[in-house]
Design a protein around this ligand. Structure first.
Ligand code: HEC
Length: 208
C-alpha cells in the first residue's frame, strides 16, 4: 500500500511545518490535528495502530477484539421460530430478507475460542475516505468510531482491555478526528486511477 505523503507525513517525518493556530492565515499542520496525534499516543490507540520513528503503517498486523463482533452478534439475534399460520411454527434457517450474516473473525480460521471476534487492525491511512468502518461497515463516520472507543468499545467482557476504559473528552474526540483526517495521501487520485485502469481479470505486465 503506497499512500504516504499525507499532511501528517509531511509534518511528522518531513518536519515541514510546525503546528500553527487555525485562522492565523499561514499554511501548516493544524494545531487541532497535532493535539489529536498526542491524544492518539497518550490514550493507547498507537498500541495497535502502530507508528515508529521512521514509518507509520498505523497497524500492528495483529488480530484484536474491540467488541464489534459482540455488538454484531447481538443485533443478529432473531426469534427462534416464525408463525406461518395460526399454530404452525417453523424455525427458519435462512431468511433472505432479514438474515444478518455474522463474521466470527480470526476464530473462523483457527477454531480457538480466544480468537472469537478478533479482527485484523486496519491501517488508518486514507481512513477519511474509506467509510463505513469496522469489518462489517457497522459504524458510519469517524466521529462515531471515536465515540465508540470513548464508550469502551462494543462492551464484550472478553474484549481487549486496552479498548475497555479509554477516557476521551469531547475535545479529545474532536482532536482525534482532526488528526485522522490528516492521514489522507496527496496521491490518492493517482492510486485510484491506476487501480481502475486495469480491467478486472486482465493480466498485468509480467503475465502472472
Ligand atoms: C486493542 C487494539 C486497538 C486499540 C487500542 C485501538 N484500536 Fe482502532 N481498531 C482495532 C481493530 C482490531 C479495528 C477493526 C475492528 C473491526 O474490524 O471490527 C480497529 C478499527 C479502527 C478504526 C476503523 C478503521 C476502518 O477502516 O474501519 C478507526 C478509525 C480506529 N480503529 C481508530 C482508533 C482510535 C482513535 C483508537 C484510540 C482511541 C483506537 N483505534 C484504539 C484495534 C485497536
Amino acid at each position: 500500500m503506497l499512500s504516504g505523503d499525507s499532511p501528517f507525513d509531511r509534518w511528522y517525518f518531513g518536519g515541514e511545518e510546525l503546528p500553527i493556530q487555525k485562522g492565523s492565515g499561514a499554511e501548516g499542520y493544524p494545531a487541532l490535528a497535532a493535539r489529536g496525534f498526542a491524544v492518539f499516543q497518550d490514550k493507547g490507540c498507537a498500541a495497535c495502530h502502530r507508528i515508529n520513528d521512521s514509518s507509520a503503517l498505523f497497524t500492528d498486523g495483529q488480530f484484536h477484539n474491540t467488541g464489534t463482533g459482540y455488538l454484531r452478534a447481538g443485533r443478529a439475534l432473531r426469534p427462534p421460530s416464525v408463525q406461518l399460520a395460526p399454530g404452525i411454527f417453523v424455525v427458519p434457517t435462512v431468511d433472505a430478507e432479514t438474515e444478518t450474516f455474522t463474521d466470527d473473525g480470526r476464530y473462523e480460521v483457527t477454531g480457538r475460542e480466544a480468537d472469537k471476534w478478533r479482527y485484523r487492525t486496519p491501517s488508518l491511512r486514507n481512513v477519511a475516505l474509506t467509510g463505513p468502518y469496522m469489518h462489517d461497515g457497522s459504524i458510519a463516520t469517524l466521529e462515531a468510531v471515536v465515540a465508540f472507543y470513548a464508550e469502551g468499545g462494543g462492551g464484550d467482557p472478553t474484549q481487549d482491555p486496552r479498548t475497555q476504559s479509554v477516557q476521551l473528552t469531547q475535545s479529545d474526540q474532536d482532536a482525534l478526528v482532526a488528526f485522522l483526517k490528516t492521514l489522507t495521501s496527496s496521491h490518492v487520485d493517482a492510486l485510484v486511477s491506476d487501480a481502475r485502469s486495469v480491467t478486472i481479470g486482465e493480466r498485468t505486465a509480467g503475465g502472472q
